[in-house]
Write a protein that binds this ligand. Structure first.
Ligand SMILES: [Ca+2]
Ligand SMILES: [Ca+2]
Length: 373
């Protein structure tokens, strides 16, 4: 018997989740009601405030779904467990009539928020990318050489990045340590530790020239880089959620057949994101086509989805609001079953080519994107 969620079990999950989410929603409403006046006083007009509250409720619902799936299915491995499309999972519907700010129908057929409010939830797993640390040397080399860079440029980027991260002050062949950064026109101190934000790359030798376009915005290389690497130091790349570009880099390094892996994950119909998708997870290795590396060893099946990026967009008419967050599901926080690492309002967590400030009749972003870049 397959240990992934089958249809009946998925049905049970929905019911249990909605039991749980009703509770969470109730609690969050109480909490939110309590802080409502406080929010009013910091200058959010009524309409925006409601969109903001709904976004925070949707954030809590999303966390509740992940917590419940993990509870019932032992671990979070793959969006095929049901968390791939939370809009569908929660059956979010626009409430045309109800006056209640949050209405969970008694039969749990759908979840509706305040009248006319649309909610879009996008959840992505950062654990399918390669953690950016000194151990990523080979992957960095493979990545830079796969881009349209010459060998010297690729070496400068790789060595300078590794020198920026490593704790020593020994300069790599093409790298730079504190002496280089001290002598700049605007001197800075070298971090000698992991990057905190994606845009910290621009402090490092070579990146300003190669990762920014003529329009001074982060260019395609910047986006491609953060499509493959992540700031979050998880326990190993989760192959279930690795994108094709990341698999290509890993495949160079570990020499497995990325195509066979994709076929396995896609299931018998060979199409990803359909009902027969399979999951790399413990106790599946007896399957004949379970993917292996060049030594004939099984690909790691115990890698979990740990770091999530969640974007929630709420809108009504011309008003829009965006809540972006990053959380770590391997560590419980004081309120949630996960730790919230970053929360941004009306601003995307930067990954996209030409990252845009959320475009709408929105409140002023708490931090201006221009200040960050
Ligand atoms: Ca260093
Ligand atoms: Ca060094």
């Amino acid at each position: 018997m397959t240990r992934s969620l089958n249809r009946n079990r998925a049905g049970t999950v929905v019911l249990l989740v909605l039991g749980y989410t009703t509770f969470i929603a109730f609690v969050s409403m109480k909490v939110i009601e309590g802080i409502r006046d406080e929010i009013k006083n910091v200058g959010f007009p009524g309409e925006k405030q409601e969109l903001r509250l709904v976004a925070h409720q949707a954030l809590e619902l999303s966390i509740a779904v992940l917590a419940e799936i993990r509870e019932l299915d032992q671990q979070l491995y793959s969006p095929s467990q049901g968390w791939g499309n939370l809009n569908q999972y929660l059956n979010l519907e626009v409430n045309e009539e109800e006056e209640d700010p949050l209405n969970l129908l008694p039969d749990f057929e759908s979840i509706q928020f305040g009248p006319g409010i649309e909610v879009q939830i996008r959840l992505m797993d950062e654990s399918g990318k390669i953690p950016l640390n000194v151990k990523a040397e080979e992957a960095l080399e493979d990545f830079f050489l796969s881009q349209e860079l010459n060998e010297t440029e690729a070496n400068i980027l790789k060595d300078s990045l590794l020198d920026w991260i490593d704790s020593d002050n020994k300069v790599r062949l093409y790298g730079a340590e504190k002496n280089y950064y001290r002598k700049l026109e605007d001197p800075i101190s070298i971090a000698n530790k992991f990057l905190e934000f994606e845009q910290d790359l621009f402090n490092i030798q070579g990146f300003e020239e190669l990762f920014r376009g003529d329009d001074l915005l982060p260019n395609q290389l910047f986006a491609a880089f953060w499509n493959v690497f992540t700031l979050y130091q998880h326990r190993g790349v989760n192959y279930n959620t690795a994108n094709p570009e990341t698999l290509l880099v890993l495949d160079e390094e570990l020499e497995f057949d990325a195509e066979k892996l994709q076929q396995f994950l896609a299931g018998p119909d060979n199409i990803r994101n359909t009902k027969d998708d399979r999951i790399l997870r413990p106790n599946q290795e007896d399957q004949e086509d379970y993917p292996r590396d060049k030594f004939g060893e099984f690909l790691p099946f115990d890698r979990i989805s740990q770091y999530f990026k969640l974007e929630i967009e709420t809108s009504r008419g011309n008003s829009q609001y965006l809540l972006s967050s990053i959380f770590d599901f391997s560590k419980p926080g004081s309120v949630y079953p996960c730790t919230l690492l970053k929360i941004l309002e009306n601003q995307k967590i930067i990954h996209a080519y030409k990252p845009e400030i959320f475009d709408g009749n929105s409140i002023d972003p708490i931090e201006n994107l221009g200040d960050l870049l």
